[in-house]
Design a protein around this ligand. Structure first.
Ligand code: FAD
Length: 445
C-alpha cells in the first residue's frame, strides 16, 4: 500500500471524564448512566441523531425482554421501555406484558419518539452530545488510551480523556487502538449478510396477518418474482399506528468493513426495498396500498468486528444457561444466524438450526459477564454493544438492542468506578460494580 505521512497541529481539548464513541444503544446506555453518576461525558456520534440501528437503521424493534416468567431487563432499559409506552411511542399492539410476562416476543416502537427521548435523557443528565462528529483514531501507550482524535465540520481535534468507551458497533475505536479483534468472515467462509431496513405505511392492519408472510414469499419465489431467491424474509414489523418497519432483502457477500462493498450494499438495499414493497402489494393481503416512506440512513450490519475480551461469551454458555458471579446483565434472546447465501442448502441449514435451536424455555435466561466489555489487557477502554467479546453464534443473541443498552449501562458504570477508585478496566472490582448496577435497578438475580 502506498502511504502518505500527515502531520499538523490540531485543537487540544480537555475537561472530560469519559468519551464515548457512538450514540447507539450501547453508547446511550453508557452515556446516560455515567452522566447520572456525575461524570463529565462527551458522546460522539457520526450521524445527526441518537439511537443507532434503532433510529438511523430503522430497526425500530426491541427483542425479547421477558422470558415468560419474569422480565430480564432492568435499570435504564426498563426506564426506556416504560417511558416510551407512557408517551405513546410503542406500537398499538403491544403493552407492558411484552416486557414483563409474555414469553420471548419483541415489540415495535416509533423511531422518532425514541430519538426525542434519548435527546431529552442525555440533556437532562448533562451528557454533551456532539453530532456529525466521527471518532477517527486514538493515542495509546501501554494498553491505555490517552485521548482520541475526532473530526467534524470544525476540523480535527484531540480530546484527552481518562476513560473511553467504544460503542460504534464496528469496534472502530478499539481497532484503531490496536487491540485484538475478530473480523467478520475470519472464521467462516462468508459474512452474515446485512439488510437495509425501511419504513412502510398504508398497511391495513385489520387484514394483514404476519403469519402469512412466508407462504406469500414461497408463492412469489415460485412465480420468479424476486431478483434473488431469498427465502429468509423477517418481514414487516408493526412499529406505529399506521406504519411498519420492513426487514427484508439480505445483501449477500456485502462486507461492512470494506467501503466499496458498503457503498454498493446501500444502493442494492434501496433497490431491494422497492422490490419488496412491490412484493407485499402484490402477494400479501392488507398490503395492497403499502407505500415505501424511506430507507434507513445506516446499513443494518449483523457482523463486522468483535473484540477479543477479558472474557468471551460462547454458545456453550448459552446452551448451559450459564450465569456468572460478575454478570452485568441477564438476557433471554435465542441465537440467530441468518442465511449466508440464497441457496436451498443454506435454507435447509437455517431451518434445521432454527427448529432444533435450543430455545429458552419459560423462566430461563443466561448471564453476560463483565469481561466481555473489556478488550484483553486494556486499562481504561471498554466496549458496549454488538462488538462485545462473544462467539459468532451467541453474538447473534446478545447483539440485540435491550442487551446492548444494558451492556452500555454496565460499561458507563464501570468507567465511573474506575475514575473514582483508580481501578483499571481489566482488573476492576466486579463485586462493587454489580452492587452499583443493582442500586441503579439492574435485574441481576
Ligand atoms: C437488520 C437488523 C435487524 C435487527 N433486528 C433487531 C430487532 O428486531 N430487535 C433488536 O433488539 N435488535 C435488532 N437488531 C440488532 C441491533 O439493532 C444492533 O445489533 C444494535 O443496535 C447494536 O447496538 P450498538 O450500540 O452496538 O451499535 P449501533 O446500533 O450500530 O450504533 C452505533 C452508533 O455509532 C455511530 N458510529 C459508528 N462509527 C462511529 C464513529 N467512528 N464515530 C462516531 N460515531 C460512530 C453510528 O452512527 C451509530 O449511531 C437488528 C440488527 C439488524 C442489522
Amino acid at each position: 500500500m502506498d502511504t502518505y505521512h500527515f502531520t499538523r497541529d490540531i485543537r487540544h481539548e480537555t475537561g472530560y471524564d469519559l468519551v464515548i464513541a457512538g450514540g447507539g444503544p450501547g453508547g446511550c446506555g453508557a452515556a446516560i448512566s455515567a452522566a447520572r453518576q456525575g461524570a463529565r461525558v462527551l458522546l460522539v456520534e457520526a450521524s445527526g441523531c441518537l439511537g443507532g440501528m434503532g433510529s438511523s437503521g430503522l430497526v425500530a424493534a426491541w427483542s425479547h425482554m421477558s422470558n415468560g416468567k419474569h422480565s430480564v431487563i432492568g435499570g435504564l432499559m426498563l426506564e426506556l421501555v416504560e417511558t416510551m409506552y407512557d408517551r405513546g411511542f410503542i406500537a398499538p399492539t403491544y403493552d407492558e406484558r411484552f416486557w414483563t410476562t409474555i414469553h420471548n416476543r419483541g415489540l415495535g416502537f416509533n423511531a422518532e419518539g425514541y430519538k426525542l427521548l434519548l435527546d431529552e435523557l442525555c440533556r437532562a443528565s448533562g451528557v454533551e452530545v456532539r453530532f456529525f462528529t466521527r471518532v477517527l483514531d486514538a493515542e495509546v501507550t501501554d494498553h491505555t488510551v490517552n485521548g482520541i482524535i475526532l473530526h467534524n465540520v470544525e476540523g480535527f481535534s484531540f480530546v484527552e480523556t481518562p476513560t473511553v468507551i467504544d460503542a460504534t458497533g464496528d469496534a472502530i475505536l478499539t481497532h484503531a487502538c490496536g487491540a485484538a479483534i475478530r473480523r467478520a468472515g475470519q472464521d467462516t467462509p462468508n459474512i452474515m449478510p446485512p439488510t437495509l431496513c425501511s419504513l412502510q405505511t398504508g398497511i391495513d392492519y385489520k387484514v394483514f396477518n404476519r403469519g402469512l408472510q412466508q407462504e406469500a414469499v414461497d408463492r412469489a419465489l415460485a412465480d420468479g418474482f424476486f431478483s434473488q431467491p431469498d427465502r429468509h424474509v423477517p418481514g414487516l414489523f408493526r412499529s406505529g399506528e399506521h406504519f411498519a418497519t420492513l426487514n427484508a432483502g439480505h445483501l449477500f457477500d456485502a462486507d461492512a468493513l470494506d467501503t466499496a462493498s458498503l457503498s454498493e450494499a446501500m444502493c442494492q438495499g434501496r433497490r431491494l426495498a422497492w422490490e419488496y414493497n412491490e412484493f407485499f402489494r402484490k402477494y400479501v393481503p392488507g398490503c395492497e396500498r403499502m407505500e415505501l416512506v424511506t430507507t434507513a440512513a445506516l446499513l443494518g450490519v449483523r457482523e463486522s468486528r468483535r473484540i477479543v475480551g477479558e472474557a468471551e461469551l460462547t454458545a456453550d454458555d448459552y446452551r448451559a444457561r450459564r450465569t456468572f458471579p460478575d454478570q452485568i446483565a441477564i438476557y433471554c434472546k435465542q441465537t440467530d444466524i441468518h442465511v449466508y447465501a440464497p441457496t436451498p442448502e443454506e435454507y435447509a441449514r437455517y431451518h434445521k438450526e432454527f427448529e432444533e435451536a435450543d430455545l429458552l424455555q419459560p423462566g430461563e435466561y443466561y448471564g453476560l459477564p463483565y469481561g466481555i466489555l473489556v478488550p484483553k489487557d486494556w486499562k481504561n477502554l471498554w466496549v458496549a454493544g454488538r462488538c462485545c467479546s462473544s462467539d459468532l453464534k451467541v453474538n447473534g443473541a446478545i447483539r440485540d438492542q435491550p442487551a446492548c443498552i444494558m451492556m452500555g449501562q454496565a460499561a458507563g458504570t464501570a468507567a465511573v468506578q474506575a475514575l473514582r477508585t483508580g481501578q483499571q478496566a481489566n482488573t476492576l472490582n466486579t463485586q462493587t460494580l454489580v452492587k452499583s448496577l443493582r442500586d441503579q435497578g439492574a435485574n441481576l438475580p
